[in-house]
Design a protein around this ligand. Sequence first.
Ligand code: ZN
Length: 315
Amino acid sequence: MSSVHPLGLHHVTAIASDPQRNLDFYHHVLGLRLIKQTVNFDAPEVYHLYYGNEAGEPGTVLTFFPWPGAPGGRRGAGQTTTVSFSVPEGSLGWWRDHLTRLELDPTDTTTRFEEEAVAFHDPDGLRLELIAHAATPHDPWEDGPVPGEHGVRGFHSVTLTERSLDTTARLLTGTLGFSPTIEEEGRARFGVADAGAGQIIDVVADRSGPDGLVAAGTVHHIAWRAPDDETQKRWRGEIVETGLGVTDIIDRQYFHSIYFREPGGVLFEIATDGPGFTADEPLLELGRRLRLPPWLEPKREDIEAHLPTLELPDA
Ligand code: ZN
């Protein structure tokens, strides 16, 4: 029996094309706060934009690598194909009106596992859902363009599309400490910790559809929460023992990370809760200017000269 039990989702990272369009959408349409403006540490010519609730608590954070002019990807097997957020029960009518007014073509309200959901796409084609959920996993960002009573309250779940349910299920339950919870119409749900919002992963089996292609409009990886460095180190050892290739622990400035691919091909990360997004700027100023880790700071002038200008929403 495994002792790896992530606390839930830490963040989800996706690819976008135009950074300004990406910021405008997640700020104005979804009402998420830009909590960090930095670069892709592995490719500093590209932004890394982080959105979340006011403090960017783990479990609320959606991040993007916006590559201007990036070609569109393809949703398919071996990918995280939908990112679902939790909104208050009774708010889906407001959200459908809001999305319809902005010509974002939301789906009708559907019911899955006894919860109501509305789906739509971001400007690059990333598939998003809002799921009406009874519990309040996280506070919404109260000072954004979306009224707090309807605000996004962190992740509800993610959906993976896989060729085979079995191998991914074995990793989730055998190594990562998830439990199967419920299953219907080719969709199996797994939960970790309390199996509440942000602690849910759905796996959909698709034997005949296309393979996923990671580019603009698709998810790059999903990250699970480790409470601290000690625990992460121990978990890393246990994942190594399973024979899955896993990276060394990497300093991501706001958290420490390890990465591995689950057997179906989806890139997983385990990220520590700390140090958090106030590591290099105060809460009130999160996201207002470009932050670089110490090892990239000497190259700031060059990095800034090559990044497209971002027009920030009013503070
Ligand atoms: Zn990540």
